[in-house]
Design a protein around this ligand. Sequence first.
Ligand code: AVJ
Length: 323
Amino acid sequence: MQKSTQVLFKTQFEEDVYKGLSDFPKHLSSKYFYDQKGDKLFQDIMHMPEYYLTRKEYDILKQHTTEIAEKFAMGNPKFKLIELGAGDGKKTKILLKYLSENNFDVKYQPIDISQSVLDGLEKSLHKELPDLQVEPQHGTYFEALEKINLENGTKKVILFLGSNIGNLLHEHAIAFLKNVQELMQEDDLLFIGFDMKKNPQTILDAYNDPSGITEAFNKNVLARINTELDGNFDLDKFLHWEVYDPETGTAKSYLVAKEAQTVSIDKLGLLIDFAPWETIHTEISQKYDDKVVAWLADNAGLKIETEFSDPEKEYKNFVFKKC
Ligand code: AVJ
């Protein structure tokens, strides 16, 4: 009879690390980049000259504030503005400022899995926009959305900014959009930021900065395994590698073992062997074109209402409605 070992996982992180590093080829999820150190590194990324995404979306919101606000309020100026993964709200504050200074009847409901992120955001909003109604929702997107939905029938405008959707393979993006779509009513709107296909070099540079911030961000998942799961990864024995396929629009991040090595992860009772140049796939950052956005919407039961973009059309914010 075969001997079987039952492994009990205390957290999703433990389970995902165990499974991802036992798999071939190896992989880890980019959602584990974000602890306190990872949040800080991502803040630094957003300030890098090569990382154009944040700036482009900021400029779109800045250039088109009035039109966007009018679109959101169309037919019914009383609405809840719900943000999935709010972060520091720097971009959203442009809209919030306009809405609150122009007597729109808005309640802002940022959703985030980090309570400290929500606390910081709430505090800064009370200071900067004291008249704005803010009601943070702690939890995963769908738990929080479902809770918001039970409240009452006020129109919802749901924001999903930063091309965060790009971390999802198309199949998962469709599942995600369907989930949101099911929680939408006829008048509700969904506002999503998409990073569009562009010169492949521009994209590669955004994920391959010479300052090494993206490298540290990518390796932060290994650092977390070391501190949280008693691992002994030597971060210097891995290199950060980025590829971009201009046909599929998929940018992929890897950590590549520079030499053969064995890593132990004591909390999981795991020893992981790496062959020289073996990879761990850690992230996808999908780039889109109009056809793919239309196809995603179609598959999720959504229709495109309108879009806003930068003059070069390198980044787009689409407004969707339920079909
Ligand atoms: C936060 C998912 C939009 O994929 O561009 C930045 C994360 N990864 N640099 C992205 C990230 C490497 C970012 N998103």
